[in-house]
Ligand binder design. Structure first.
Ligand SMILES: [Zn+2]
Length: 436
């Protein structure tokens, strides 16, 4: 039996909720912008569309129509025949708290050992601005590399309007096991910071996942493999990290709270455990065997390949590291092509931060196209497909009614010259023009 007082409380609460959720009609001051695009790649269609009017009201796209007129009072933005309009792009694998790993600048370790957190945060602010300038209006940032929950703070500062930046989906600290992440190779008697949160056993793993979600993680990131090397037979081998029980504790906890799990995995045992353990996306996937591809298709697992980053800073060819670096590149190309041909779901991701933010994020498209992906599919991987990965289908990565008004424009035709995506001339995020 429901007591009258409780009924009153429920009615009052639902009235309050209804009031909070329906600000009557759209406020009169909501800005209306009409974009006339001679050429539009909308993120989902197989072909570009022409002479399209995109009407934006506030932060959402209201209508998209061929030959449509701008509504009265709208600010009109014209893009002529030499320009292509696209949805704001999504990079599903970034590290805003990393600034390249160039040994000349001290590599990875110096960033954790010597840079104060304020310095790292300042550079993260520059990194997100740099991403937005390049037309990337959404990032899935897959761990802060020793900067704790700093990614949550940057995301909140962007959302509150204090700094410009893309929409962020953050993972906070990421997870690995003892012996499964840097800093490494120092005097074991000195306690040093680690780039990820390390734990052992399913109980600790579950606790870490709970802690990270409590403190703002949108996704959980797990390192399912760590070091890699070439064995005596010349095969690429990678060190497995979490056991099946451990990764299952993480995915069970995350999925129960409706969060997804991104798993760094190269090959072999660690990759198999990642798939058996129910990871939602495989990051890098350098050496996917046939069994892994079959399992990814069956489970609907995403691949976020991050190709370009592996072409940076390769060691001299005759050293063990150089052999490993070349084995990675060779396997990765085969792996990407195999996954693509089989129909594995692929989302665009770069690992920027692993290389410097001064370099173009969109260089990743060059590799995807070089390895046989059509330019349109590569664009979809960075728009509607990546939005699907983020459970934002129809809301991000598409120029369609109801979607967030994230819009970019580039010179020329990116289907003929994929390199044009590196230098967008116009960037709008959430209905606000950032670059024009
Ligand atoms: Zn990464």
């Amino acid at each position: 039996m429901i007591r009258p007082a409780l009924v009153f409380a429920i009615v009052a609460l639902s009235l309050l909720t209804a009031f909070a959720q329906s600000p009557a009609a759209a406020p009169a001051q909501e800005k209306i912008i009409a974009i006339h695009a001679a050429n539009l790649i909308d993120g989902t269609s197989a072909q570009p569309r022409h002479n399209v009017t995109v009407v934006i009201r506030g932060n959402k796209i209201q209508s998209v129509s061929e030959g449509g007129a701008a509504p009265a009072g709208a600010e009109v933005i014209e893009f002529g025949a030499n320009t292509t309009v696209l949805p704001g792009m999504i990079d599903a694998h970034t590290h805003i708290f990393l600034q390249g790993e160039d040994p000349a600048e001290g590599g990875y370790d110096v960033q954790l050992l010597k840079h104060p957190s304020s310095y790292r945060a300042a550079r993260a602010v520059a990194a997100v601005q740099r991403a937005l300038e390049q037309g990337f209006t959404t990032l899935r940032d897959v761990e802060s590399e020793g900067a704790g929950y700093g990614d949550v703070g940057i995301k909140e500062a962007i959302n509150a309007g204090y700094i410009p930046g893309p929409r962020l989906f953050v993972v906070t600290r990421a997870i690995s096991v003892t012996g499964g992440y840097p800093l490494e190779g120092y005097n074991p008697d000195i306690a040093l910071p680690k780039g990820a949160q390390l734990g052992d056993g399913p109980v600790e793993m579950r606790k870490i996942a709970r802690e990270q979600i409590e403190n703002g993680a949108d996704w959980i990131k797990v390192y399912m493999t760590h070091r890699s090397w070439v064995d005596k037979e010349g095969r690429l081998v990678s060190q497995p990290t979490l056991t099946l029980d451990e990764i299952k504790a993480v995915t069970d906890e995350a999925h129960g709270q409706q969060h997804k799990v991104a798993c760094h995995a190269y090959s072999g045992i660690g990759l198999r455990r990642a798939l058996d353990g129910g990871c939602d996306s495989i990051e890098h996937g350098l050496d996917l065997d046939d069994a892994a591809v079959t399992q990814m298709l069956k489970q609907g697992t995403w691949l976020v390949p991050t190709i370009a980053v592996y072409y940076y800073g390769n060691a001299p060819a005759e050293t063990p590291e150089g052999k490993r670096d070349r084995a990675r590149i060779a396997a990765h190309e085969v792996s990407f092509k195999k996954a693509m041909k089989a129909g594995v779901k692929i989302a665009f991701g770069t690992d920027v931060g692993g290389f410097t933010w001064a370099d173009p994020i969109a260089q990743e498209f060059d590799y995807m196209v070089k390895f046989g992906m059509s330019p349109m599919d590569a664009i979809k991987a960075a728009t509607s497909r990546a939005a699907e990965l983020l459970d934002m289908k129809g809301e991000l990565g598409v120029i369609a009614p109801g979607a967030y008004a994230d819009v970019v424009a580039v010179a020329g035709d990116p289907l003929g010259n994929i390199g044009s995506l590196k230098t967008p001339s116009f960037v709008m995020k959430d209905g606000k023009v950032f670059k024009k």
